[in-house]
Design a protein around this ligand. Structure first.
Ligand code: PLP
Length: 399
């Protein structure tokens, strides 16, 4: 299959000089199989997407059933499509008051873009505030809110009137003023290397937004659907946002994003001008059907509490002189080695040993553990054994 590999490099736009280039032929549960017959334990889950595992039978069944009825029929909003309505209804039922109206889009970044537009409309203000070390996506608006200069400098000018405050720093909250339309925050920062803020900070952030009339937007693209050991990460803090942004695991493995707010606020998209956000494919019936199926699996199989328990197991087992810290909540973990070179070596070596881990965009000293939430205790132990063996082998070579 040399040809396939060459063609991958030649005809698919590459964004990395050294892609892993695993040639996947099948995926099931927590396992990936490559064309050469190797099996890999997946600690990445398509980057916090496959929370219910790869090809969960109920997700596959939902694809079958919906594909026999209809696929795309009309751009977002015009027709009643049962999978859309049922999924929105189910999501609203799980969320606090004021988060009862869902707009489905195609990705996390699009959901952020639309949330920014809604916040500007709802407040009549233009100033947008993000956090240091945040990641919100790769299109112009979300990149403006993102705080990773390496990813931004080639793309300026970005959005005007954007500012960043330090995450989890109470002293910074006074910088949120009456000009702010929205403050966009990951309740647990992902690509910053999994940073969990203090409960008190998130509560003060909510309070400050209320004081100045800024909308609080939680980006739960990565943290949603049981990833942190709660259904949504904001539940750890007892604080709800004005706009909730979802993506990744939302579609049960199919591409999808959503922003959710109150009926009243969402109604602003209907007039002056109408069609306040437009998408051809948003709310496509297939990801709506699979998203609903995945949500039912999450609930019926108790995967959220399982995520908390398996995360704890990783923390207890990953003890090694080279590991500085294993931080995070549930199965959203960073293994901090305090050494970027070692991180590169360990991730590559673990891959050779059949375990797929991954890097962070803004934290080179740590690597990511974010497996499907269906991972078993035996699979956690297997992953930990491989990581510890790898660390010892690499450390031995270095001495
Ligand atoms: N927000 C967060 C917190 C993310 O982690 C990501 C992607 O990693 C995004 C937004 C963007 O999502 P997408 O890649 O679907 O556009």
């Amino acid at each position: 299959m040399e040809r396939l590999h060459d063609s991958f490099l030649k005809h698919l736009a590459q964004t990395s000089a050294t892609p892993l280039a695993l040639d996947i032929v099948s995926a099931q549960g927590c396992w990936l199989t490559t064309r050469d017959g190797r099996c890999y334990l997946d600690l990445v889950a398509g980057l916090a997407v496959n929370n219910v595992g790869h090809r969960h039978p109920r997700v596959v069944q939902a694809i079958r059933e919906q594909s026999e009825r209809y696929l795309h029929v009309i751009p977002y909003g015009e027709f009643i499509q049962e999978p859309q309505v049922r999924f929105a209804e189910r999501l609203a039922g799980l969320l606090p008051d004021g988060l009862d109206c869902v707009y489905f889009v195609n990705s996390g970044t699009e959901a952020i873009e639309a949330a920014l537009k809604l916040a500007k409309r709802a407040t009549g203000r233009t100033r947008l505030i993000g956090c240091r070390k945040s990641y919100h996506g790769s299109t112009h608006g979300s990149l403006s809110l993102t705080d990773n200069e390496a990813k931004k400098y080639r793309n300026r000018p970005l959005l005007p009137d954007v500012d960043h405050i330090r995450f989890n720093d109470p002293a910074e909250l006074s910088r949120i003023d009456h000009r702010a339309a929205a403050v966009v925050v990951e309740p647990v920062q992902g690509d910053a290397g999994i940073r969990v803020p203090d409960v008190a900070w998130i509560r003060s952030l909510r309070q400050r937004c209320d004081e100045v009339g800024a909308l609080l937007v939680f980006d739960e693209v990565q943290t949603g659907f049981g990833r942190t050991g709660k259904r949504f990460a904001f539940e750890h803090f007892g604080v709800a946002p004005d706009i909730l942004v979802l993506g990744k695991a939302l579609g049960g493995g199919l591409p999808m994003g959503a922003f959710i707010s109150s009926q009243e606020r969402m109604a602003l998209l209907k007039s002056d001008p109408g069609l306040g956000h437009i998408t051809t494919f948003g709310g496509h019936p297939l990801p709506c059907a699979t998203g609903l199926a995945a949500l039912e699996v999450l609930e019926d199989e108790g995967l959220t509490s399982h995520s908390a328990a398996m995360g704890q197991r990783f923390k207890e087992r990953l003890v090694h002189p080279r590991i500085r810290e294993v931080r995070g909540l549930g199965l959203m973990l960073a293994v901090d080695l305090g050494d970027a070179e070692l991180v590169q070596q360990v991730v590559r070596d673990c891959l050779d040993r059949g375990v797929l881990g991954f890097w962070f965009l803004s934290c080179p000293d740590a690597f990511r553990i974010a497996p499907p939430l269906t991972i078993t205790a035996e699979e956690v132990d297997l992953a930990c054994d491989v990581i510890l063996t790898s660390l010892t082998a690499i450390s031995g070579k270095q001495e």
